[in-house]
Design a protein around this ligand. Structure first.
Ligand SMILES: N[C@@H](CCC(=O)N[C@@H](CS)C(=O)NCC(=O)O)C(=O)O
Length: 230
């Protein structure tokens, strides 16, 4: 049976976007179910609609023949294993891709706190604290390293497209939203290239089709007050 991916709001849900890109890039047929995250329980004791779907009351969730996979990395890995794509063939290089994915999944806490994904919005971040600037430095170094080491194999972080590109594409969208520059020009170019991705353009078109409204449960649009929502 066709697997079903449960996703959250296109503008905000970076954890939904990542496995969605992996499934799309791996050309795996899947159905989708949208769950509006702007409901009571968000970020607290959980949205009732999500509690019925996921043990953690979070999206993304991928339902495969009645079994639910409840984490973005697990879904991304499933896409890679099922398709034989999105991971290099050499074990040590697979481990490098996984290091980059894991670093995103478990790290960059300050960057995520101060620069939340908001694909539609354009404003300027100001007064970023030291820990966020450190995250941005690390991001620049990582992207620069990947492009230096694997650039002769293609335009992606590890040359050929991999799970890592899906995990960092939402970060590229954040840099664009908040007009944040990276120290490395090469890293900047990589981020800009990610945003040209064909599958991401489909996701972005959905963002633009969503009604513009503040997210009521958490004031995500108020991180930099005084700037427009649109
Ligand atoms: N570690 C999880 C994180 C998932 C996550 O935080 N999802 C957010 C949306 S981007 C969510 O569903 N939040 C609902 C809530 O906090 O109530 C993953 O990688 O899948």
């Amino acid at each position: 049976m066709t697997p079903t991916l449960f996703v959250g709001n296109y503008n905000y849900s970076s954890w939904s976007l990542r496995p969605w890109l992996c499934l799309a890039w791996a050309e795996i047929a899947f159905a989708e179910r949208f769950v509006d995250l702007d409901q009571a329980g968000y970020g607290g004791d959980g949205i009732a609609e999500l509690k019925a779907i996921s043990p953690t009351a979070k999206v993304p969730v991928l339902e495969i023949d009645g079994t639910r996979i409840w984490d973005s990395v697990a879904i991304a890995e499933w896409a890679a294993e099922t398709s034989g794509q999105l991971l290099p063939s050499a074990p040590v290089e697979r481990a490098l891709v996984r290091s980059a994915v894991a670093e995103m999944h478990s790290g960059f806490a300050a960057l995520r706190r101060d620069l939340p994904m908001n694909i539609r919005r354009r404003c300027r971040a100001h007064g970023l604290p030291a820990d966020t600037l450190r995250d941005l430095d690390r991001l620049s170094t990582l992207w620069d390293w990947g492009r230096n080491r694997f650039g002769d194999r293609g335009p992606y972080l590890f040359g050929q497209r991999s799970l890592a590109d899906a995990f960092y594409l939402p970060v590229a969208a954040r840099l664009r939203t908040y007009a944040v520059a990276l120290a490395s020009d090469q890293a900047e170019r990589y981020g800009a290239m990610l945003l040209e991705d064909e599958a991401f353009q489909i996701w972005e078109a959905r963002v633009l089709a969503e009604p513009v409204r503040a997210f009521a449960q958490v004031p995500l649009d108020a991180v930099y007050p005084g700037t427009d929502l649109a």
